[in-house]
Design a protein around this ligand. Structure first.
Ligand code: MN
Ligand code: MN
Length: 467
């Protein structure tokens, strides 16, 4: 290496491809970890399923429901389930909670199609379900793919019926039809966003009529008869249901070199899973560590299962109560002393669409976990901009633990934008920075991540929790 090259190596911040320098053993660890993640993804296609699977994993690893604990002591592992859709988990540290929490927060809801409250109708030989999309979706991506129905129907007596149809090979699947190209001249002239309208996202669910020919709507009747035989429900029970349409296909390893994961719902269950695994590695921490698995991020974090609610505050208050540390206004102080990684996915640079990214400030697949100092739109509007002092703390943790990371923005200035739960926690006084895994085809039915980045995120969250 020449003197010039040496100087350049020392001074430049060169982002290296993570796969370049790995030992065989390390590669093996990465592959094993991602296989376990793929299993998680296939078992967790909705926020309720993710919450239930996360609870199961937490309990297997010694976490107990906080309701079962009267007093909490250092080393205790607890979790709180918020209405089966969001979870907060914590390990009590040896230092006081007042000295601050180390938090990693992800979300477990993903873009999808929900059934409308009155979904079922019949039209010209078919029965359909009306849908209402949830989160930011490109509507055309949800037609002509196999869809599964997941969710719950709750009867007036409180009985809850769990539904999952379309995952077993034996199950039927459902789909939303689209026009044949031969007759799509007018549709193809439309803007992409108008090609499929929200009211066209109707799920095809049946075509056989029931009983005698004089009665109208016999196909709808047949569907209701099938549902009544199987679940004991009538049409009105849809009113108190939450049924979600998700891709019926499975998450898979991607590429000849098996370097990537393709699967639905990686925003943000890839960060949920990696932070969960990081938490499981922690024992008797100094600071109290907390993992958030939030709901409703994709539609603005509102409602009592979203991060805008005060349920998280109540959980931390409970930690203070049960460690006998609480006193007036202590919660605010706890938050001001806390630090957090907002574990949400990052938009990855896509060489097919380079024009939306600015190469010096884009996140690349395979170059490690991505930090976003800020998100927001236009002039950083709506962003919680992490303080330089805090970014230095995070950098130091990552660099001293040999974690590959990259710092990026969500696309070029004025090209679009977005947000996470970061600002909500930052508004409480917590030091927060976005830190997640770069994703290709984000919000599509089949998102793509790098196995290298997944493993680096796991390491990053673990290092952050214990430092
Ligand atoms: Mn997200
Ligand atoms: Mn999202």
């Amino acid at each position: 290496m020449s003197e010039t090259e040496k100087l350049k190596e020392f001074l430049f911040d060169t982002k290296k491809c993570g796969w370049d320098t790995l030992s065989d053993e390390y590669r093996h660890e990465i592959i094993k970890f991602s296989d376990e993640f793929i299993h998680f993804l296939n078992k967790s296609k909705t926020e309720r399923e993710a919450a239930s699977f996360i609870t199961e994993i937490l309990e297997k690893n010694g976490f107990v429901n906080i309701k079962e604990k009267i007093v909490l002591a250092p080393g205790d592992k607890i979790y709180y389930i918020n209405r089966e859709k969001a979870i907060y988990a914590a390990i009590i540290g040896t230092k006081s909670i007042e000295s601050g929490l180390n938090i990693v927060g992800s979300h477990i809801d993903s873009p999808r199609l929900d059934l409308k409250p009155n979904p079922l109708y019949e039209n010209t030989g078919f029965a359909f379900f009306k849908t209402h999309y949830y989160g930011g979706v490109k509507k055309y991506q949800w037609t002509t793919i196999p869809l599964a129905i997941h969710g719950v129907i709750v009867k007036t007596n409180g009985e809850k019926i769990n539904i999952s149809i379309g995952e077993d090979e034996e199950d039927p699947i459902f789909t939303i039809t689209d026009l044949l190209p031969h007759l799509a001249q007018e549709q193809m002239e439309k803007k992409l966003k108008d090609g499929i309208s929200g009211e066209d996202l109707n799920l095809l669910i049946g075509s056989i009529p029931f009983g005698d020919e004089k009665c109208p709507e016999r196909i709808k009747l047949n569907i209701l008869k099938i549902l009544n035989d199987k679940y004991g429900i009538t049409e009105r029970d849809f009113v108190s249901s939450e049924l979600e349409l998700v891709p019926a296909f499975k998450a898979r390893t991607l590429g000849f070199d098996r370097s990537m994961v393709a699967g639905y719902g990686q925003d943000d269950r890839v960060c949920a899973y990696t932070s969960l695994r990081a938490l499981l590695d922690v024992s008797s921490p100094a600071k109290t560590v907390v993992c958030i698995f939030a709901d409703k991020e994709e539609i603005g974090s509102m409602g009592n299962t979203g991060m805008e609610s005060h349920v998280f505050d109540t959980f931390i208050s409970e930690l203070l109560n049960k460690t006998n540390a609480n006193r007036p206004n202590l919660l605010d102080k706890v938050f001001c002393n806390s630090k957090m990684l907002s574990a949400d996915v990052d938009a990855a640079f896509d060489p097919i669409y380079p024009s939306v990214s600015e190469r010096n400030n884009a996140a690349y697949l395979g170059k490690g976990v991505g930090l976003n100092k800020y998100t927001g739109v236009r002039g950083k509007s709506g962003a919680s901009d992490a303080n330089a002092e805090f970014v230095a703390v995070v950098r130091n943790i990552f660099e001293s633990n040999n974690i590959s990371y990259q710092v990026s923005e969500l696309g070029k200035v004025d090209t679009g934008g977005g947000g996470t739960i970061a600002y909500i926690l930052a508004n409480k006084g917590i030091d927060v920075i976005d830190c997640g895994i770069p994703v290709l085809s984000m919000h599509s039915p089949y998102e793509v991540t790098s196995k290298f980045d997944i493993y680096e995120a796991y390491k990053a969250y673990r290092a952050f929790l214990i430092n």
